[in-house]
Ligand binder design. Structure first.
Ligand SMILES: Cc1ncc(C[n+]2csc(CCOP(=O)(O)OP(=O)(O)O)c2C)c(N)n1
Ligand SMILES: [Mg+2]
Length: 581
């Protein structure tokens, strides 16, 4: 008997969906953030089956809105580095994740997005055939196109026999650097096919591991070290190196050894803000004078419309993603570019530099560090001055509010900064000691901070997760879904809404383009939102503690009460009426 024939006589043991759940666990998917539909009947059935049998499968977190589901995966990956699964309903559920997929892709966070597809049989030929109205209208020609700009890989599962192989491949791709989203689609007929256990192979991590970034070509490393040896005004700008502890350490060590001023751009905090080499969040004043600059893991180091580099300046670009293939244009200088693990590469640079360093170099570097520290002290003094003005009733100063918050958060707390035009106040007033404890989205899709904070809380329940958003951003975040998940899964977060009565960013953008335009003359910026909203009630509907403040005098006590509630196990929502736009 041929092998194929032998297979046919085998008793088919389980459905594709059964192996699918097993395969997810095998690739390290511990959580499935789900929003279900008719496409998931075979999966839901096998979930019950596996549970009954006491077999492993990912824990399901049901999210009332897909925006929450996908952003929870983002938060989980931000804290752990590990992509999880998001399971949504055909084209419509996928469409609802598009904003989050943009954010995940731009933040280089891994996620395995999965969705059903409409069944392909209509006459009950196979188990799972079309049996309801929506099956006939939920099949677009190109379902993946809804999120394709934000994907590293996509596939429709052609047969259950390759389900574990497909999952392993999806996993290797999402976890390989630069990390990002992948998308797998599946039809019901495929999920209900039956297979004997010996037909479904396992694809172990040993043989299909994800790839990270490595070190750099020693010649390029030496070239950068040479430039640093003679630099007079070296600066370093980084955006997301701090996601790796070793990269954070390498930046700080190199900067202190070579007297380099370090600046942070979106999206996380990278070295301790107490470091003598850390200057601040805007390199605009430093870029025109820098003779040697290092861009490290950064997407937008400055806005070229505002800042020009010095003529004949030398720029090194060290990045896990030097090419930025997801962007049609990328315009920042790189006399030499080294793609790889930025921590490793900067360790290499430091090693070479240490070997070359002369007493003269060391003295010059120490002198520079003094100047850098003076810049740093200026920042600290400026922040204190800004926070000293508490604002007035109905117009709490965001700097004061954030400074008070900063006083009571510990170093392990994570801040999800969606403050938009008040994001600067968050950065300036809450200095962080540990890297990767402040996140801004690498993308621009508003409505991420609630879901991300929840996912982070799931990954690190012992840490305080603080969501800070504008009033506009709060709406985008589907807050009812966020607080519902918080309540159902006991994931308490601290949410702060800085309500300036509308979309200040939109107003400011109009003023930047047309400083003396009609909009300004008429004071019509199309930016005001409903003025008398009681946001706290949204949280309260789901058992969260709510508090509204408009008097600066109430700030410290209100923050204290909210933190106490969160520590006690339920979310708190602080609605702060801040300086109006
Ligand atoms: C999904 C999405 N829609 C629209 C925008 C455009 N947008 C950018 S900032 C902004 C205003 C946000 O308002 P708010 O959160 O209150 O912050 P503020 O500008 O008032 O500081 C808008 C609408 C966006 N970034 N993302
Ligand atoms: Mg606003």
């Amino acid at each position: 008997m041929s092998t194929t024939a032998a297979r046919r006589t085998n008793v088919p043991d389980y459905t594709t969906a059964y192996y699918f759940l097993e395969g997810l666990s095998e690739i390290g998917i511990d959580y499935l953030f789900c929003n279900f539909g008719t496409d998931h009947a075979p999966i839901i059935n096998e979930m019950a089956h596996r549970k009954q049998r006491g077999e492993v499968m990912p824990t399901v977190v049901r999210c009332p809105h897909e925006n929450t589901a996908a952003h929870m995966a983002a938060g989980y990956a931000f804290v752990t580095g590990r992509g999880q699964g998001v399971l949504v309903h055909v084209d419509v559920g996928t469409a609802n994740t598009a904003n989050a997929m943009h954010n995940l892709y731009r933040s280089r966070l891994p996620v395995l997005l999965m969705a059903g597809k409409a069944p392909y049989t209509v006459n009950d030929e196979l188990v799972g055939s079309r049996d309801t109205y929506v099956h006939f209208i939920q099949e677009p020609f190109d379902q993946a196109s809804l999120v394709r700009p934000y994907l590293k890989w996509e596939w429709t599962l052609p047969s259950g026999v390759v389900v574990k192989e497909a999952l392993r491949r999806a996993h290797s791709i999402m976890q390989s650097e630069p990390r990002g989203p992948v998308y797998l689609m599946m039809q019901r007929e495929t999920l209900t096919q039956r297979w004997a256990t010996d037909e479904i192979h396992r694809y172990s991590e040993d043989q299909f591991a994800a790839t990270g970034g490595g070190g750099a070509d020693p010649k390029l490393v030496a070239a950068l070290a040479d430039k640093l040896m003679t630099a007079e005004n070296p600066i370093l700008i980084t955006g997301y190196a701090g996601r790796h502890d070793h990269a954070s350490k390498a930046i700080d060590a190199l900067a202190q050894f070579a007297g380099i001023a370090v600046y942070e751009a979106n999206m996380t905090n990278n070295i301790s803000h107490d470091s003598p080499s850390f200057v601040g969040f805007s390199p605009d004043k430093a870029v025109p004078d820098a003779d040697v600059g290092i861009l490290v893991d950064v997407d937008v180091p400055w806005f070229p419309s505002d800042v020009k580099t010095k003529e004949k300046s030398f720029w090194a670009h060290v990045d896990i993603d030097t090419l930025k293939p997801g962007s049609p244009m990328w315009t920042f200088p790189g006399n030499l570019r080294m793609q790889g693990d930025s921590g490793r590469i900067l360790e290499q640079v430091l090693e070479v530099l240490q070997a070359k360093a002369t007493p003269r170099f060391k003295a010059a570097a120490a002198e520079r560090l003094k100047r850098i520290k003076a810049l740093r002290d200026e920042r600290v003094a400026r922040a204190a001055k800004l926070a000293a003005d508490k604002g007035k009733p109905g117009a709490i100063n965001p700097h004061y509010l954030m400074a008070e918050l900063g006083k009571v958060l510990d170093d392990d707390a994570v801040i999800f900064n969606e403050g938009v035009t008040n994001a600067g106040a968050v950065l300036l007033q809450i200095p962080r000691k540990r890297p990767n404890t402040t996140m801004r989205s690498g993308g621009g899709g508003l409505g991420w901070s609630g879901g991300v904070a929840l996912g982070a809380k799931l990954a690190a329940p012992e840490r305080m997760m603080v969501q800070i958003s504008g009033d506009g951003g709060f709406y985008f975040g589907n807050p009812s879904s966020v607080f519902a998940v918080s309540q159902q899964y006991k994931l308490p977060i601290f949410s702060i809404v800085m309500d300036n009565t509308g979309w200040n960013a939109v107003k400011q953008s109009t003023l930047r383009v047309f400083p003396e335009g009609e909009a300004k003359a008429a004071s019509e910026f199309e930016s005001e939102l409903a003025p008398k909203v009681a946001f706290t009630k949204v949280g309260e509907a789901f058992g969260a503690y709510g508090e509204e403040i408009s008097d600066p005098a109430d700030v410290p006590a209100a923050i204290g009460r909210c933190l106490k509630e969160v520590r006690g196990g339920r979310s708190a929502l602080l609605h702060a009426r801040v300086t109006k736009m």
